[in-house]
Design a protein. Structure first.
Length: 516
């Protein structure tokens, strides 16, 4: 006897749930997929060598999220095994063992990802999540799959190419309008209109935190600097002279450090005032006095807000690597946290700048460890911002880890406390949220006919095809206009990949006969 349509549909959902849950687990646990080999791994089995810690810092929320992450995987696997006639006990054991092995494999891989931290606690909570998924299937599986099957059948009954095209036009219109507004959070807005430049300190009420060391030079641009030019600037290469002149430049000699050679920023003066003999000494900042612009520079804020880009280069020599939090450079109101700050936190270099996205999240600072490990070593530091992506160049080398703001992080901020190391992941998830469901609509509509010119008009298929190609590129154009950032062809390609993946996913587990 043929399998009823509703039952066939529920069977296909096991493949879909397994595919989606496995892909989600791998993305959320191994992102940014930057694997390196290092000495802390010995042997083929970290299980026996202790590279995976018996316990790592995690709270109840982390444990709950680990369980939740693997619950859909256990649900889909349980449905697949029960579909094949496996007994409950055998299914439970298989789900638990598979979840534990899958989690263990991920934890081993995380040893090779510098931004990740593996631990046995995750294996326990993840495998427990698989068991929770199994229990969920036994208790509510048929009801959940029945509802999913009915929704799929209803959508399939009316989603012809023309209907799908009109639905997607409205869908993209809503998402694109929201994306435009979210992307505006990356703009340089909300800065103090009369900023003060400070070298060495920006907290008058906490002078003991004043940075100690020497600032050799400082330059500021109102534009982003290309990678090759930034590498040349920070490596003192001969072709660095070809880089456009900054709008403000101090140094490179102690005598010139107090005067802006571009006449854009006011001259710098000591606060508190110091005697002429102290001023003559190599302008070392010892924490008792710091350099402050004699007047505000409102023209700086106007230039940066107009271009929505900046670059800041500073050459400095730290006096010690043990300072708790010493600010090297600050631009902003003298009695408040700066709108742009470069500081030393122990051996780490920390950068923060003001946008609507980061304004309420002071912790959204880019921390690069190990920059100031050697006291007395000169470091040439250049930050450049192109409207959404912040890049760091240090002594002629570009920091590989990205720091990218955008619509994805802006949306994530509404549901959780965003972290600098996860910014790129938020962007990828954002594109998936938009284009994966759109691909599902496209995949359902494609079941109605074998191709253009059959039951639906050629014009309907052309409209669907145009949406598939044009929508990802149109979104990128809107984001460029909203945030004044460069056009990112790779992001458009990623959106297209999610679009196609959604269409393929909704048809996973269906034979050609079932699709008809």
């Amino acid at each position: 006897m043929p399998t009823p349509t509703s039952e066939r549909t529920s069977f296909s959902w096991s493949d879909r749930i397994l595919l989606l849950s496995a892909a989600g687990i791998l993305f959320l646990t191994l992102f940014p997929f930057h694997f390196i080999s290092h000495e802390r791994v010995s042997g083929l089995f970290p299980f026996f060598h202790g590279q995976m810690r018996e316990g790592k810092s995690s709270g109840a929320l982390d444990a709950f999220l680990n369980v939740l992450l693997f619950a859909p995987f256990g649900f889909g696997l349980a449905e697949k095994l029960r579909e094949k006639g496996k007994l409950r006990a055998a299914t439970l054991a298989s789900v638990w063992v598979t979840g534990a092995l899958f989690s263990y494999t991920i934890e081993v891989l995380q040893i090779y990802v510098p931004s990740r931290d593996s631990g046995w606690g995750d294996v326990i909570t993840n495998s427990s999540g698989s068991v929770v998924g199994y229990l969920g299937y036994e208790l509510y599986g048929k009801w959940v799959l029945g509802i999913l099957g009915e929704i799929e059948n209803v959508l399939r009954s009316f989603l012809r190419p023309r209907t799908a095209a009109l639905l997607l036009l409205a869908y993209f219109g809503i998402w694109f309008a929201a994306s435009y507004q979210l992307q505006t959070t990356t703009r340089l807005r909300g800065w103090d209109p009369n900023p003060i430049l400070v070298l060495g300190n920006d907290t008058w009420n906490r002078p003991w935190q004043a940075w100690k060391g020497r600032v050799l030079s400082l330059a500021i641009w109102d534009r982003a600097i290309p990678d090759q030019a930034a590498i040349a600037l920070t490596s003192k290469a001969t072709d660095a002279a070809a880089v456009d002149s900054p709008i403000a430049a101090y140094g490179p000699s102690p005598r010139l450090l107090q005067q802006d050679s571009m006449k854009f920023f006011p001259a710098l003066a000591w606060r508190p005032a110091v005697g002429p003999q102290v001023q003559a000494e190599s302008l070392a900042l010892q924490g008792q006095a710091w350099l402050v612009s004699e007047e505000p520079a409102p023209q700086l804020v106007a230039r940066l807000e107009k271009s929505n880009r900046f670059s800041v280069q500073i050459t400095c020599i730290p006096g010690t690597s043990g300072e708790p939090d010493g600010r090297i450079v600050s631009i902003g109101h003298p009695a408040a946290p700066g709108d742009l700050t470069v500081r030393q936190k122990g051996p780490s270099l920390v950068f923060w700048f003001h946008t609507p996205l980061s304004a309420r999240h002071a912790q959204l600072a880019w921390t690069v460890p190990g920059v100031f490990t050697t006291a007395g070593q000169a470091r040439d530091i250049l930050y450049t911002y192109d409207g959404s992506s912040l890049s760091l160049f240090l002594d002629g080398k570009k920091e590989e880890r990205p720091f990218r703001l955008g619509a994805g992080p802006a949306l994530a901020r509404s549901v959780r406390r965003i972290k600098p190391g996860e910014l790129e992941g938020y962007s990828d998830i954002y594109y998936a949220l938009i284009f994966f469901p759109a691909g599902i609509v496209l995949g359902l509509a494609a079941r109605k006919t074998g191709g253009p010119g059959e039951s639906s008009g050629t014009a309907d298929w052309l409209l669907l095809g145009a949406l598939l190609i044009v929508a990802p590129w149109l979104l990128e154009i809107l984001l460029v206009r909203a945030g004044s950032r460069p056009f990112l062809a790779g992001e458009a390609d990623l959106s297209l990949a999610f679009f196609v993946a959604g269409a393929l996913w909704i048809n996973a587990g269906l034979s050609p006969m079932k699709k008809a």
